[in-house]
Design a binder for this molecule. Sequence first.
Ligand SMILES: [Cu+2]
Length: 149
Amino acid sequence: MRVKLAAVLIAFGLAAAPAFAETIEVRMLNRGQNGSMVFEPDYVELKPGDSIKFRVGHKSHNAASIEGMVPDGYAGFKGQINEEIEVTFDTTGFYGIKCSPHFAMGMVMLIKVGEVELTEAFRKAEVPGRARGRFDAIFARMDQAKAAQ
Ligand SMILES: [Cu+2]
């Protein structure tokens, strides 16, 4: 009986512990649930200090931040083709991510760090047509999720 109680207390202790920085995996794929040339998942919410590890699901992809779709003053990052990089996001805001060779084919994703609202300027940032469609689909899912709250 005493052992069981201890186990319950430990479980509660873990659940109540402050959240530590996490690393979330995103795969770069030729084909996924949303079609061809995708990041999966294509939308991730992080706490400041969390990281994303970009995994090579299929070859010939990279992960890079999109100029004009990052917080003011953010230096940006660019992985090499086939490079698995881990990127830590410390600054609150939205980050548009692209695969450089497949940007025009719509290979993009969105990262939200901390509590922040989408601005019209961010929604309308200039990107190639197929990337526009993918971002608009992500924004629509976010809007639906918010409306459902
Ligand atoms: Cu790619």
